[in-house]
Design a protein around this ligand. Structure first.
Ligand code: HEC
Length: 102
């Protein structure tokens, strides 16, 4: 299932569509620029990571990101996002990658 999704990421992932999903569901905590400083983040412990830092991305695969988003992060306020379809997840992860400073 995931492998199939990753294949579709390579060919059809649409970061612009991912941005729409991110804006609706993720900016409150992760911030519009992905720096982890969304309006809700101030109250969170641990705080969301800064996705604009290149080192955060080292060794992280699309598969790991998709799994973390689907499963959430126990012990943090990162809830599971189980309702996203595989193509939506591919779009979302493609958009997350645009935060990484090359
Ligand atoms: C209620 C606040 C909140 C919302 C909403 C939220 N997150 Fe998170 N997220 C967190 C926190 C806190 C963490 C844990 C710290 C970290 O790893 O950044 C986290 C972790 C993550 C991680 C890192 C997982 C890893 O590899 O360790 C990713 C990727 C992520 N979130 C993506 C998203 C996406 C995409 C959305 C929207 C669909 C979203 N988050 C919505 C708070 C939130």
């Amino acid at each position: 299932m995931l492998t199939l999704m990753l294949a579709s990421m390579a060919f059809a992932a649409d970061p612009a569509a991912g941005k729409v999903l991110y804006s609706a569901s993720c900016t409150a905590c992760h911030g519009t620029t992905g720096n982890g400083k969304g309006p809700a983040a101030i109250a969170l412990k641990p705080k969301p990571s800064d996705f604009t830092v290149a080192t955060w991305w080292v060794g992280r695969t699309d598969e790991q990101l998709a799994t973390a988003i689907r499963a959430g992060r126990p012990g943090t306020s990162m809830a599971p996002f189980t309702e996203l379809t595989d193509p939506e997840m591919a779009d979302l992860v493609a958009y997350l990658r645009t935060f990484a400073v090359p």
